[in-house]
Design a protein around this ligand. Sequence first.
Ligand code: FDA
Length: 306
Amino acid sequence: MLRSTLLAASRSGAVRGLVERTPLTRPVVKRFISGDDTAAAVATTGEVLADGRYVTLDHLGEDTRDAEQASGTVEAYEVLLRRLAEVGYADRAEVSVKLSAVGQFLPKDGEKIALENARRICVAADAAGTTVTLDMEDHTTTDSTLDILRELRVDFPRVGAVLQAYLKRTEQDCRDLAHAGSRVRLCKGAYKEPAAVAFQDKTEVDRSYVRCLKVLMAGAGYPMVASHDPRLIAIAHDLAAHRAPDTYEYQMLFGIRPEEQRRLAAEGNRMRVYVPYGDEWYGYFMRRLAERPANVAFFLRALITR
Ligand code: FDA
């Protein structure tokens, strides 16, 4: 119930205004978001890399309805990628891109523009010596995102994508993508989805995650286990027993279970942290609150006690 309300609020302009205008929100947002600009993102990347973890950077923004804004997002990624190469981080830091931030929802030729914009980011990533992973948004975008993935992989075979275990279609998508050279970031899924397309029950989502993980770990691709769930991490560890350590990785979000991130890295696992930055933090922040009721209490407590 609370999850649904928060996810509905994540797409409400009125609530967005309220949350963003509250000056005390900022310190709480900082737990999940690196900072507003490239300098902050690069500084956080340096800190994370220093203890052996890897990074993927997300320039925050989504649901763009404006072509200029979409192009601005591409430029932000280009600046970031040049900077990552300059400071010598590009071998351990890649970028994550939401296609809706680069034009997928534009009323005219959205998909075509998103493909061209994503291609520009891939060119910049390639020049920097790193790669791109496409985030996955709500289920109405899955086919379009996977089509764009296929197009991009023709020229940039290291481009990867996220699949969401809560979608009923995902086990089949995993089978389609479990081939050599294919990078798949498997997560549970963070949007409000209808029962027709998505499992609603937490246990069912977890079971689907394990089925998907089995397909990916048995395949020839590069599975990226994106979860903070201790049970799923233990299962991934067992399923990966036959694999070399550099053929899969664990991934978690910035600010969530950092000690576990360090533990996994210290044990010799490849552990990547998803680091979001930028001032368009609202949708991302609300999804993090929705994932864990305790975060709402944390948020409210911070508002009250400051
Ligand atoms: P679950 O939600 O069951 O959490 C397990 C445990 O982790 C909790 O008990 C708690 O200890 C901790 N935890 C989880 N979330 C927390 C939070 N917000 N605050 C504090 N503690 C928390 N989704 C999507 O739809 N599209 C995408 O592209 C991505 N991309 C992505 C990349 C990466 C690297 C990660 C790790 C996650 C995503 N997600 C995503 C989000 C994902 O779908 C999911 O919503 C969250 O990872 C939470 O699910 P868990 O698997 O962690 O399990």
